[in-house]
Ligand binder design. Structure first.
Ligand SMILES: Cc1cc2nc3c(=O)[nH]c(=O)nc-3n(C[C@H](O)[C@H](O)[C@H](O)COP(=O)(O)OP(=O)(O)OC[C@H]3O[C@@H](n4cnc5c(N)ncnc54)[C@H](O)[C@@H]3O)c2cc1C
Length: 552
């Protein structure tokens, strides 16, 4: 039973929601209700890093969304899953731990968002993490998220690392410091070979607290307003009933970049045209809700190798598979301790650029298909690896909106990949760069043949056609409730939704543009900042203690 009243209601127990719930309840002064549409984080493959592929094929832990037919991707619908489980997407993601480019955080601050520059956020980044052996000026120790080095290095990893240097990309020791550019072995949110999700790191240690109530399989249908102030939420219980829970202080949406805009629209906040089309009573016309959607489009070149060390080999050959599993069981190392990516390069495709514009990485697996829930990846029957790339700052913008007033209906997602001509040029450039990398002595020695797109695909038009036919999401969506003060902004720099009282958003949706990185660390930092803002706003005596404890 849910026992009102609460001080705060948090909607969504994903990366940000778990972090926020843990921080708000640690001082003991606030009563918090955390509502999550998914269930407990008990999937048998969840804690094993290589289990990502299994979970992405299991609707019991997913919002298994798809885009609309993408106009510049041969009218294909692309699979766009998100975590629907405690921990949210941090319970099913690739675990790459990448804060992002300091330059982009400073740009964020400079778009009328004071307090969101890299220097402002650095104390928060430090308190998020437990990173042993890092530079103490930049890295934190003792935080909930364990950040460790990738526990698998092999000939492919080393070839990528040294091959990148051959094409002029410098080596970087720690990309989660001031120096972002360069090729580096990956840091993962993994502890002793196990996924370190928001559920495991933030929520589990907080769940016993008497001032925290967690409800799973609780689908929030709308925010409840009284005279322009959010006073609670309506939610569907696991047996289909409707509850209304009230918040004495504030409601905070942490539904993620895909779901927070949908909750706003179903609550009557959004573009008037969208609300009117679905006969939703209008609380507020806020045209930016669901707009400004952006993501990284991942493209790849696949190679057959004669080294039987790839995941293809482990999956196609039971003996090799058993050896991989045994190595993992005994040492917590090897391919099972990764999500198949081990090393990346953040690079400038043009020396005149002020910051990296492309990310290259290697995956120790290949397949004939784009990943989909029905088909998986269609693992190739030979030893293979792929070189992947995405543009860090795409210009194309999409949108996400409700399909109907029914919260059970999947949204209308328009990723709009490659709709900007500059993105088309960059994707071609990135495929050419991957081929340059493949030609280096380090990498070429591993290659038997290029399989996709194949050596006959050489012109810009052919490469672009290949990207349209095979590109897929990197799952890095942000910006759908963007922060700022312009007409399309949804929240201000204090995370409050413009035009109403008592409602904030704290998740990846508020990030105004991708910070040139994977997006989990950005979601955590938004939550940490939100916790500080709420504690300060509600003038709790724990303010000083918490902040001292966290930054100490
Ligand atoms: C497959 C995949 C791989 C990824 N790999 C990486 C990676 O390697 N590194 C990286 O940095 N980032 C990665 N990301 C991105 C990263 O995980 C996300 O950016 C981050 O988790 C976003 O956090 P969030 O709190 O904004 O949203 P989420 O973590 O998605 O949390 C939203 C939560 O809200 C819940 N919710 C939504 N609507 C409702 C509702 N109406 N009622 C109740 N609850 C609701 C959801 O079920 C979910 O639990 C990946 C993402 C995916 C999907």
């Amino acid at each position: 039973m849910v026992s009102d009243p609460f001080d705060f209601i948090i909607v969504g127990a994903g990366s940000a929601g778990c972090a926020l719930a843990a921080r708000l309840t640690e001082g003991g002064e606030f009563r918090v209700l955390l509502l999550e549409a998914g269930g407990e984080a008990t999937h048998p493959w969840m804690s094993t890093p290589l289990g990502v592929g299994r979970m992405l094929a299991d609707p019991s832990v997913l919002w298994a969304f798809e885009t609309e037919p993408e106009p510049e991707m041969n009218d294909t619908r692309l699979f766009w899953p998100r975590g629907k489980v405690l921990g949210g997407s941090s319970s099913i993601n690739g675990m790459l731990y990448v804060r992002g480019d300091p330059v982009l955080y400073d740009k964020w601050r400079d778009t009328d968002c004071p307090g969101w520059g890299y220097e402002d956020l650095l104390p928060l980044f430090k308190r998020i993490e437990d990173r042993k052996g890092g530079d103490p000026d930049w890295r934190g120790v003792g935080g909930p998220i364990k950040v460790t080095d990738v526990a698998h290095k092999d000939a492919i990893t080393e070839a990528f690392f040294h091959g990148c240097q051959s094409i002029g990309i410098p080596a970087t020791h720690d990309y989660n410091t001031k120096t972002y550019e360069g090729v580096s072995y990956l840091q993962l949110s993994v502890e002793n070979g196990k996924r370190c999700s928001a559920e495991r790191a933030y929520l589990k240690p907080a769940r016993h607290r008497e001032n925290l109530e967690v409800q799973t399989q609780a689908l929030v249908t709308r925010v409840v307003f009284e005279r322009g102030r959010a006073v609670g939420v309506e939610w569907r219980t696991k047996d289909g009933g409707l509850e209304v829970s009230t918040a004495r202080k504030e409601v905070i949406l942490c539904g993620g970049a895909l779901c927070s805009p949908l909750i706003l629209e179903r609550s009557g906040i959004g573009d008037a045209a969208v609300l009117d089309a679905h006969d939703i009573d209008r609380t507020l016309h806020l045209p930016g809700v669901g707009a400004n959607l952006q993501d990284h489009l991942n493209v790849r070149i696949t190679y057959e190798t004669d080294r039987a060390i790839t995941l293809n080999d482990a999956l196609n050959n039971p003996v090799r598979g058993a050896m991989m599993a045994l190595k993992y069981a005994l040492t917590r190392r090897g391919l099972m301790a990764t999500s198949t990516v081990t090393v990346h390069a953040l690079m400038k495709s043009d020396a005149g650029l002020s910051s990296p514009d492309l990310k290259l990485q290697v995956a120790h697996v290949t397949g004939k298909d784009r990943f989909s829930m029905a088909k998986g990846l269609g693992i190739d029957p030979w030893p293979g690896f792929s070189l992947n790339a995405f543009q860090l700052q795409p210009a194309s913008r999409g949108s996400i909106h409700i399909r109907s007033a029914d919260p059970a209906d999947d949204p209308v997602i328009k990723a709009q990949y490659l709709t900007d001509p500059d993105d088309q040029k960059t994707v071609v450039k990135s495929l050419r760069l991957l081929r340059d990398l493949a030609k280096t002595p380090e990498v070429s020695g591993l290659i038997k043949r290029e399989v996709l797109p194949g050596p006959d695909v050489t012109t810009d038009d052919e490469l672009l056609a290949y990207a349209r036919a095979t590109g897929q999401t990197s799952w890095h969506t942000v910006g759908t409730c963007k922060m700022g003060s312009d007409a399309m902004a949804v929240v201000g720099s204090d995370l409050k939704v413009h035009g109403v009282e008592g409602l904030r958003i704290a998740d990846a949706s508020v990030v105004p543009f991708i910070v040139s990185a994977n997006t989990n660390a950005a979601a955590y930092v938004v939550a940490e900042r939100c916790a500080d803002l709420l504690v300060r706003a509600w003038n709790a005596p724990q303010d000083i203690t918490i902040n001292e404890r966290r930054t100490g």
